[in-house]
Design a protein around this ligand. Sequence first.
Ligand code: GLY
Length: 267
Amino acid sequence: MTYLNDKPSNSGNQMIAITREPSRSLGNCELTHLDRKTIDVELAALQHLRYEQYLEQFGCSVVRLPAEHDLPDAVFVEDAAVVFSEAAVITRPGAESRRAETISVAEELKKWRPLLFIEAPGTLDGGDVLTLGKNVYVGISGRSDENGIEQFRRHLKPFGYTVTGVPVKGCLHLKTALAPVFDDLMLINKQWVDPGVFEGVTCVPVHNSEPYGANLLRFGNAALCSQNFPRTIDWLTGHGLDVYTIDYSEMAKAEAGLTCCSVIFGV
Ligand code: GLY
């Protein structure tokens, strides 16, 4: 199986997906661009189980970390670490309430990769990191700052990666705004991120009525997409992908999407 989303893997055969059981306190999550709505925590847990089943269906071995009930956003494990073939970078999340989430993610990842760390005062969220081969793009957002990006650049330079900062305006993370669909084509919300920075990549705008449509997971010829984005689903299907849909309403209320809930890598 080839995994074509931005999350890096190595050339091994097994894919690991780290996830975490949602917190009972999910309703107290951080919100930046959305108004708070009541989150049905039991429904969120069921939707997350379905998400994990899809990850297994797509070939991942799911490693589910225990819930961190005092950390409302802890289910969004993507923000705590970025895994490359050579090493895993443990982040320093931009929201102070989220900093402790990295501890248990690092404990798990140290079984699989050497660890590198973003240190204070820098901040960086994994949701801001898009890896396309050796080109790594990092959102300059409300969560990831220049200092964090510079540390990230220094960590990755010995492995031959180029790190480029990308301004993000109007949404939480870089990957709220875009998703690679093929190696040279991505869906993007141009209101939030300027596509001009992605040289050699064709950027197709998401439909106006589906600003969050690009938040999808791509596995080989399959894509997992929120059921709330019918136009995006039609577009993906029209481009030959097998599209699987999921109801992720409760995570969407928490300002999160499908990439946020896993850290996927090859071993
Ligand atoms: N609720 C997701 C975040 O703000 O990090």
